[in-house]
Write a protein of this length. Sequence first.
Length: 236
Amino acid sequence: MESRILGRFARNLCTAMTQRLQRLLDNNRHWAQHEQERDPAYFSKLLGQQAPEFLWIGCSDSRVPANQITGLAPGEVFVHRNVGNLVVHTDLNCLAVIDFAVDLLHVKHVIVVGHHGCSGVRMALRRSAGGLAEHWLRHLQDVQGKHAALVDAVAGAEEKVNLLAELNVLEQASNVCESTIVREAWRQRADLTVSGWIYSLRDGLLIDLGFNVDGRTDLDSARSGSLALIRSRYGC
Ligand code: ZN
């Protein structure tokens, strides 16, 4: 009796899962058909070598899809995402993406994009992650420690999350600039900039945090300028 009930439960679960996944496959077919009708050469053009001008390093959060919020088509932006949009000097995954984008695809812009209401930032502030995530979010806590006076000066819990998300963009964009990959690229060419943006879930708008660095820019000055802008946004 019990095994029959369990069997039925497993079948229902399987059906529900198949239906959910089928929706994605159906959506994909409609999308491919729509693009094909809009431009019969759409997919044949994408078959050629990709040549995106942008590398987007953003958070894995499902509400911040790079192509959609920037209005870019497939082929126009190379994307790396992880929880908290972190650029860790020993993270071979992220470094390989930066290397591929800068050295092979010759992107012209690397953009680190954080977002307000970031769950990773919130968990880091609350020390509530646990498990492997706790090790990863330790990097965000390091950013918090580096800017402790500013984060402590802001009163509201959500304001703290948003401020730390912006400070984190500043630090991770700086890490991109300090990577050997970007330093070497700047020795060879001038047309590479590193920028830092924050995305607001509230209104869907991207905000330039004033961090725009190329090979001729003094990194410390760029950091000071961006930090002053972030501080002015929070009055701290
Ligand atoms: Zn996030």
